[in-house]
Design a protein around this ligand. Structure first.
Ligand SMILES: C[C@H](O)[C@H](O)[C@H]1CNC2=NC(N)=NC(=O)C2=N1
Length: 91
């Protein structure tokens, strides 16, 4: 299990475009059409399975919201930061 990050560590490690919301890190990705967002969500899911660290994904018209937290630790860890970086690399 990864250690919980402090507020300062989260601020320092949070990748650009991502926002901290309570015990989660969140980013909204924009797309030209709905099915592009659906395909992106599937790619995020595949990475989540590979890394065994799963986000909440909300697919909306022309945007997809991705939220990571470490459920077992009850907050934000390096696992969440790593997943955010892998997710960004999909774009
Ligand atoms: C039993 C537990 O759900 C698993 O070990 C994994 C699955 N995917 C997970 N995903 C996330 N985001 N946090 C977890 O703590 C987590 N745990």
């Amino acid at each position: 299990m990864a250690d919980l990050l402090s507020d300062d560590e989260i601020a320092a490690k949070l990748p650009d475009e991502w926002e901290r919301v309570g015990d989660e890190i969140v980013r909204v990705f924009e797309f030209d059409d709905y099915l592009e967002g659906v395909a992106f969500a599937t790619e995020v899911g595949e990475i989540a399975e590979e890394e065994f660290h799963h986000p909440t994904i909300e697919i909306r018209y022309e945007e997809v919201e991705v939220r990571f937290t470490s459920h077992e630790e009850g907050g934000i860890t390096d696992d969440d930061v790593h997943m955010a970086e892998l997710t960004d690399d999909l774009r």
